[in-house]
Design a protein around this ligand. Structure first.
Ligand code: SIN
Length: 280
């Protein structure tokens, strides 16, 4: 990972997480050195934003493929001719927004995605921001005693947990994939990032059901403590979207939550997730 940025300008968005990358336009096919610096910024800040990206779906796919292998989202179909680009939509007459709870993407898979890209196509006049939280910072802020306990624990995640599953219903109705059932996984509560070697908390309100070997009732108090701890304001940043904003977040060390404060307006994003590996 390069620490100095020579080809890109990187401006942190907050003390703990998030950075804006300036002066890079995907339509101009950035060279490999620029891509490598973008990857370093992604690893350093967990969430990066590039604004004013006026790109085609082919250019978007091409850019995403520089950072990993795109994967299909299990519940919703991609765009016609672009199976790896998922439309993430809230319509004017809907009240529920897709993914509208604190989560990291598809933690219920045995190999959850390394990262997600979201490109804003249509945004409400105000609202519809997305908040991100840094799970390295959340881990580091725990007491040594709790770190030690959590380090040996696993958690069970399920795609059926209502906190997240109810946010997909509108989209499954109009664009669902046939035959997608339950997905569940057992992953470490504290995972070590395969590229940075840093430890991060890996439970989330949207998908985590219980600790492995514990009942749901026994798990709830400690899980609720962790959910609240992970999203303390000092671990977060907030992204305000404009058409053409492209955000790339690291699912291995961050949570996100799209704010549902724009009823009556449409919001359309194009999402690409990149294959990850088994959390350890
Ligand atoms: C998601 O969780 O993929 C959606 C995030 C957003 O709409 O901002």
């Amino acid at each position: 990972m390069v620490e100095d940025f020579n080809r890109i300008t990187v401006e942190p968005l907050a003390g703990s997480i998030g950075a804006e990358i300036k002066g890079v336009y995907i339509s101009e096919s950035p060279d490999l050195d620029v891509i490598s610096e973008i990857r370093s910024a992604f690893l350093k800040y967990n969430v990066i934003i590039l604004r004013d990206q006026d790109i085609t779906s082919d250019q978007y796919m091409n850019f995403a493929e520089k950072f990993g292998d795109p994967s299909e989202y299990p519940f919703i179909q991609g765009l016609p001719n672009y199976p790896y680009i998922n439309p993430i939509i809230k319509l004017e007459d809907e009240k529920v927004n897709f993914g509208g709870t604190w989560h990291t993407d598809t933690a219920y898979l045995n190999e959850p995605p390394l990262g997600t890209m979201l490109l804003a196509k249509e945004v409400p006049p105000t609202g519809g921001d997305t908040i991100f939280a840094n799970l390295y910072s959340a881990y580091e802020a725990l007491s040594e005693g709790l770190k030690e306990v959590l380090n040996s624990m696993n958690a069970i995640h399920s795609s059926l947990k209502a906190d997240a599953s109810k946010t997909r219903e509108d989209r499954i109705k109009d664009n669902g994939r046939k035959g997608a059932g339950e997905f569940s996984s057992c992953n470490p509560v504290i995972r070590t990032h395969p590229e940075t070697g840093k430890k991060a908390i890996y439970v989330n309100l949207g998908h985590t059901v219980r600790f492995d070997g514990w009942t749901e009732e026994e798990s709830r108090p400690l899980l609720e403590f962790l959910y609240g701890h992970c999203i303390k304001p000092e671990f977060t940043c907030r992204i305000k979207w404009e058409v053409g904003s492209l955000v790339f977040w690291d699912n291995r060390c961050s949570l996100h939550n799209p704010v549902n404060d724009y009823h009556g307006y449409k919001r359309v994003m194009h999402r690409i997730t990149l294959k990850g590996d088994t959390p350890v």
